[in-house]
Design a protein around this ligand. Structure first.
Ligand SMILES: Cc1cc2nc3c(=O)[nH]c(=O)nc-3n(C[C@H](O)[C@H](O)[C@H](O)COP(=O)(O)O)c2cc1C
Length: 253
């Protein structure tokens, strides 16, 4: 692995608010294993602590704190318990509150279930959602089946076999995060021109992606690309400090 002078920021999102949730000790365990790794900064993000309203949806309810963490992230870990063969609705509500923040970032999913399949059915349903958000899913998962037996009353892990599985999962996640950071910061889109300047350090940024967004506000109609049917947003990353930024292609000077 090529050493990077900048730490990788890899938060762990606990995707349920259920009282007595077993996903919380799972999230704490993954957080603890990530924390041991040199060159990684992490934190536990509990969806129960996010002040998101439930009378609206999408980027309209963006929380500045969560958005900032997703913008800063190189990769995320999602702890997804299986609810009726799917993932929790509130997890999607939280993920839907951001969009450009996730583009070309790595994601790994840890499935949790009371039954024998370790949340795998929910993971399968979550993958196309993650893809639409612009995240790049790794091919390793961790599956906590019969999770009610996995930890003792103090929250300590009973079955040590989970540790090497988490280790392999994190190896792959960090590899993907390293590769995607290189891509965001160094590999330009063919049509890249008129580079943005980083507002953090002043360096020239790298234009690494574009995403078409639907115009919901009539005031945005003039920014719509008629051929693509939406507003083209360019994603830029700074090779010097890693900051991420975006602008409308229609605003390019
Ligand atoms: C609404 C709901 C639906 C559930 N559906 C399933 C299921 O389809 N398969 C399963 O193995 N466990 C199911 N469970 C049990 C969860 O997997 C169990 O609560 C487990 O501990 C992981 O979720 P937790 O973080 O809420 O504890 C369900 C739990 C709830 C609350």
């Amino acid at each position: 692995m090529v050493a990077s002078p900048r730490a990788f920021y890899v938060p762990v999102i606990v995707g349920t608010v259920r009282k007595g949730r077993k996903s919380l000790p799972v999230g704490r365990l993954v957080y603890s294993e990530l924390s041991r790794r040199p060159g990684i900064e992490t934190e536990l993000i509990d969806v129960a602590q996010l002040p998101l309203p439930v009378d609206d949806a999408g980027e309209a309810i963006k929380d500045a704190g969560f958005s900032g963490k997703m913008t800063r992230s190189d990769a995320i870990v999602v702890i997804s318990p299986e609810y009726n063969h799917g993932y929790p609705g509130l997890l999607k509500h939280v993920l839907d509150s951001c969009l450009k923040e996730y583009v070309h970032k790595a994601v790994g999913v840890v499935g949790v279930s009371a039954g024998p399949f370790g949340g795998s059915r929910g993971i399968q349903d979550l993958l196309p959602v993650l893809r639409e958000l612009g995240l790049v899913a790794i091919f390793w998962d961790v599956n906590f089946s019969t999770v009610q037996d996995a930890f003792d009353d103090s929250g300590a892990l009973r079955d040590q076999a989970y540790l090497p599985r988490i280790d392999k999962f994190l190896d792959e996640l960090v590899w993907m995060a390293t590769t995607l950071r290189h891509g965001r910061e160094q590999v330009a889109m063919p049509q890249a021109e008129a580079p943005m300047r980083c507002t953090e350090c002043g360096a020239e940024m790298n234009h690494h992606a574009e995403k078409v967004l639907r115009a919901v506000d009539p005031a945005d109609e003039s920014s719509v690309d008629p051929a693509l049917g939406g507003i083209v947003e360019e994603l830029h990353s700074c090779p010097a400090c890693g900051a991420n930024a975006w602008r409308r292609a229609s605003a390019r000077k």
